[in-house]
Design a protein around this ligand. Structure first.
Ligand SMILES: [Fe+2]
Ligand SMILES: [Fe+2]
Length: 444
């Protein structure tokens, strides 16, 4: 709090009279109270001088009859210099009318007649002093409120700015974090896709198996309106479902389940548990381990490794079983009839091996994924080199790398990313034949 806002302890009183005796006796009278600090001027001019020196004069008592400047004239000037000071005029009976006029004009607060009664004068001055105190206290409080308001407003503005600054900082950090998270997730997904590629290399009889199963599982999970995270997890589990086959002997990989003897069958069945164990050390994949473990359970309870049935089998695992079963069937038939034959062969599996509740969602997903290749009058076939690939072309047959790894499934529509990937692969693991694609007649 600054000094000028403090309440005054004593009130400064200015006495102005050309008669020294009067000012002396007034001073003596007023000095009885410790509440006053007395200043004296022997003329109007001296009085004004005092006011200029003492900025906070509280009460001014002036005689009316003075040479050069009358009391009313002096008090009028004093009012300009100290508008808050309470002005009292000392006047003889002869001047009463002039005094009343001065009061009416607002130049004077009160008048006192000479000779005065001490008691009356003291009480008038006390009243004036308390009036002045009230006025200045009021002024002080108003100034204080105004100052605190200004401070509050200033704080408010700064606080608002700070909140805005911090909000934008937090937003920037959270954006960066989300970006990093996205990169991590993308990196993780790419690693899983790469692992799936390794699994496919191990089991060449069914090229593209993991990715086909994953695509079908993803489409079915999406068709079931599952949350995005769950769809993503099921896709990852589908990509890795046969990871336990990596350690399987070649001889076993070449055989169908029906051709295996008992020890071979037991060894084959271990791939689900080995798969779960293989990914268990990776914390982010641990939950997927269960889906991998149960992807050979049958709906009727006749599967392995735990003989679970119906809803006891996790939904993700049931989806993988459906996709796995269909994908294997696709490879059993010649390319052009494979889709229709495999779809027909699926009919006998529902309710036994497969969850019949998933039949509908499977049919739409399979149609969406495997019936992409449409021949119509608007489409013609062309053979192109990887360099000649263009966005919008559609792959006519499955495309394999030079060393026999499935690169893209037939029906794939080429986009920039697919074209880049094929060009890269052509440099690393070149394939000889040209790529058969379908293009629209108009653009041919
Ligand atoms: Fe399997
Ligand atoms: Fe499989």
């Amino acid at each position: 709090m600054s000094e000028n806002l403090e309440s005054p302890d004593s009130v400064k009183i200015l006495l102005v009279d050309d008669e020294v005796n009067i000012t002396k006796s007034l001073r003596r009278l007023l000095m009885q109270s410790e509440d006053y600090e007395i200043f004296v001027g022997n003329s109007g001019a001296e009085g004004l001088e005092q006011i200029r020196e003492q900025v906070d004069i509280g009460v001014i008592i002036s005689d009316q009859r003075m040479p050069q400047m009358t009391g009313v004239e002096f008090l009028g000037e004093a009012r300009k210099l100290a508008p808050d000071a309470i002005r009292i005029l000392l006047t003889g009976y002869a001047d009463i009318e002039a005094s009343i006029a001065a009061i009416n004009q607002g130049a004077v607060y009160r008048y006192l007649t000479k000779p005065w009664q001490d008691d009356e004068l003291l009480s008038t001055v006390a009243e004036a002093a308390s009036h002045y105190r009230l006025l200045s206290e009021n002024k002080r409080l108003n100034a204080l409120v105004a100052k605190q308001n200004a401070e509050l407003q200033d704080w408010n503005t700064r606080l608002k700015q700070r909140v805005l600054d911090q909000t934008s900082q937090i937003r920037a950090k959270s954006d960066a974090l989300a970006e990093m998270n996205q990169q991590l997730r993308a990196g993780f997904a790419e690693t899983i896709e790469a692992l799936a590629g390794l699994i496919e290399m191990r089991d060449r009889r069914v090229p593209g198996h993991s990715r086909n199963v994953a695509e079908l599982v993803e489409a079915m999970a999406t068709g079931l309106d599952l949350p995005a995270e769950e769809v993503r997890n099921y896709r990852s589990a589908a990509l890795l479902h046969d990871i336990g086959k990596i350690g399987m002997v070649d001889e076993l990989l070449r055989k169908n389940l029906a051709e295996m003897d008992e020890p071979e069958r037991i060894e084959y069945q271990r791939h689900v548990v080995r798969g779960q164990a293989a990914i268990d050390p990776v914390l982010e994949l641990r939950d997927l381990g269960l889906l991998i473990r149960h992807h050979h359970e049958n709906y009727d309870g006749s599967g392995f490794p735990d003989g679970l049935g119906k809803e006891d089998i996790p939904l993700g695992a049931r989806l993988i079983t459906v996709a796995d079963c269909f994908e294997r069937k696709l490879h059993q038939f010649a390319e052009d009839e494979a889709l229709q034959e495999a779809l027909a062969a699926m009919k006998q599996e529902w309710g036994g091996r497969l969850d019949p509740g998933l039949r509908k969602v499977f049919n739409s997903a399979a149609e969406e994924i495997f019936c992409r290749l449409e021949f119509s009058a608007e489409v013609v076939e062309r053979k192109v080199s990887p360099k000649e690939l263009e966005v919008g072309m559609q792959l006519r047959h499955d495309l394999y790398s030079g060393t026999g790894v499935l690169l893209l499934k037939k029906g794939t529509l080429f986009d920039e990313a697919a074209i880049d990937a094929i060009k890269r692969c052509f440099m690393i693991d070149p394939f000889e034949r040209e790529i058969a694609v379908l293009i629209e007649k108009n653009s041919a």
